[in-house]
Design a protein around this ligand. Structure first.
Ligand SMILES: Cc1cc2nc3c(=O)[nH]c(=O)nc-3n(C[C@H](O)[C@H](O)[C@H](O)COP(=O)(O)OP(=O)(O)OC[C@H]3O[C@@H](n4cnc5c(N)ncnc54)[C@H](O)[C@@H]3O)c2cc1C
Length: 434
């Protein structure tokens, strides 16, 4: 079971015709929905399970610029700006707090790579600093570190995934958004060379544009449109603790452990040394594009057979029995992780594990998202493949997708997010880790 999630009820009346249909009620669909209804459009958001039931409620809640691939930096800067005004915009608690992100360096080599990242990011408006000595101790609370250096971005923040996306959808509903959930979009209809309707489990809806924000299902959905979209699923495992006093405020990455303070005073914690990826028909279909990632063993992506392998082999594209992806977390070393943390931050000695969960992350071959119009269906926009870091960038990415759908000037360049980048000779340029 995933974490407890603020429930957004679906609507019962299905509009016959709207301006736009959004496929997927995660952070991308939610953010795009807000932007589209704020611009005065009629919009239906279809979610096959529960709003935010998959990745968008299962993530760590980091809203970080730190360590991003340079291709995502302009969009994440814009997203952090949106996060800062989010509580006010949605009139509710999203949990967003600006307490910074710290990546602790393990070695002089890692410190040098952080310095190089900071040199790239600063001219783009990111307040990246390399902290050492007393300034580093201020953020860590004096934790004994192997190497005295860390990359710190003070303007980064954290938010509560189980509150934030439902709050975005609720405010959009209040402004006219129709939410159909649980309701899968099963296909599209075309006339005159354009998509002019979607088929849903509740019936047909005419529209002048579609946003595919279907997370880990986007590749299968796009296959139905005739579009090849390389994407794989990777399992992330997380746990949360009881409330503790005196732990760090900043989100901290240290020795492959990520920790983030929660509004309830506990912490969301995960270890990312290894990512399990179930072997599925897509693993074979997209092997060519994913080869560079598989070769880069340091990324720790571990293909293996899982229940999901057989399900996708036997029932491709089926929602039966998998209305919501709810994979069991990796069998665990949570207690050992807490022990390690307690040796660094004594406050964790009091922490108890309250819940564990798993989530499938949708990954692209270069771990950079797709945000683009489909060439053959220019009134269909795809925004997906956020590769383990789409929650923080979600507000900006949803807005960007909405701008493309409305035919407006995009707020940042989109060339690096194009769908055709692996087939037009550019090759795969691997981004920062998943
Ligand atoms: C364990 C874990 C930790 C993470 N940590 C972070 C983090 O700290 N910071 C960060 O920035 N990112 C993080 N991420 C990544 C982040 O959660 C995702 O990138 C982001 O939530 C993706 O949002 P989305 O809207 O694209 O997809 P999703 O949230 O997966 O939403 C897609 C939705 O589409 C629906 N759908 C699919 N097909 C259909 C259909 N045919 N009809 C109707 N609905 C459909 C699905 O049911 C789903 O709800 C993490 C992810 C995981 C799993």
């Amino acid at each position: 079971m995933g974490p407890h999630l603020d429930f957004v009820p679906g609507d019962t009346v299905v509009p016959r015709k709207v301006d736009f249909v959004i496929v997927g009620g995660g952070v991308i669909g939610a953010s795009a929905a807000m932007s589209l209804v704020e611009a005065g459009h009629s919009v239906v958001l279809c979610e096959k399970g529960q709003v935010a039931g998959e990745q968008s409620s299962r993530n760590w809640g980091w809203c970080r610029q730190a360590g991003r691939d340079e291709r995502e930096v302009p969009l994440i800067v814009e997203s952090l700006r949106l996060w800062r005004g989010m509580n006010e915009r949605v009139g509710a608690e999203t949990g967003f707090r600006q307490h910074g992100t710290l990546y602790v360096a393990d070695s002089p080599e890692e410190e040098a790579s952080f310095e190089a990242w900071a040199r790239m990011a600063r001219p783009q408006g990111v307040d990246a600093e390399i902290l050492t000595g007393a300034r580093l101790a201020e953020v860590t609370g004096g934790a004994p570190l192997r190497h005295d250096a860390g990359l710190f971005v003070a303007s980064d923040g954290r938010a509560e995934p189980q509150l934030a996306v439902p709050a975005m959808v609720r405010v959009a509903k209040g402004r006219g958004l129709t939410v159909l959930a649980p309701c899968a979009v099963t296909g599209v209809e075309r006339s005159g060379g354009r998509v002019d309707a979607v088929m849903t489990e509740y019936g047909r809806i005419e529209c002048s544009g579609v946003l595919v924000a279907a997370g880990a299902w986007s590749s299968a959905f796009c296959r139905g449109l005739g579009l090849r979209l390389p994407q794989l699923k990777v399992l992330g495992s997380v746990f949360r603790t009881s409330a503790i006093e005196g732990g760090p405020e900043a989100s901290i990455w240290i020795g492959k452990i990520g920790l983030r303070k929660r509004l309830d005073g506990g912490y969301t914690i995960a270890h990312s040394a290894t990512y399990d990826t179930p072997l599925t028909p897509d693993s074979v279909r997209f092997l060519r594009e994913f080869m560079p990632m598989l070769r880069a063993e340091a990324r720790g992506v571990r293909p293996h057979l899982a229940l999901r392998s057989f399900r996708e082999l036997l029932t491709p594209q089926s929602y039966a029995g998998a209305r919501m992806l709810d994979p069991p977390p990796r069998a665990g070393d949570g207690q050992a992780l807490l022990g390690t943390l307690a040796s660094l931050f004594p406050a964790f000695a009091e922490a108890r594990i309250l819940q564990r969960w798993g989530g499938y992350i949708d990954v692209t071959p270069d771990v950079v998202p797709y945000i683009d119009r489909i060439a053959a269906d220019p009134n269909v926009v795809v925004a997906t493949g956020f590769s383990g870091h789409g929650f923080g960038i979600g507000p900006g990415a949803g807005l960007l997708a909405a701008q493309l759908l409305m035919g407006r000037e995009p707020m940042v360049g989109t060339r690096d997010f194009e769908l055709r980048r692996f087939s037009d000779g550019r090759g795969v340029r691997l981004g920062a880790e998943v």
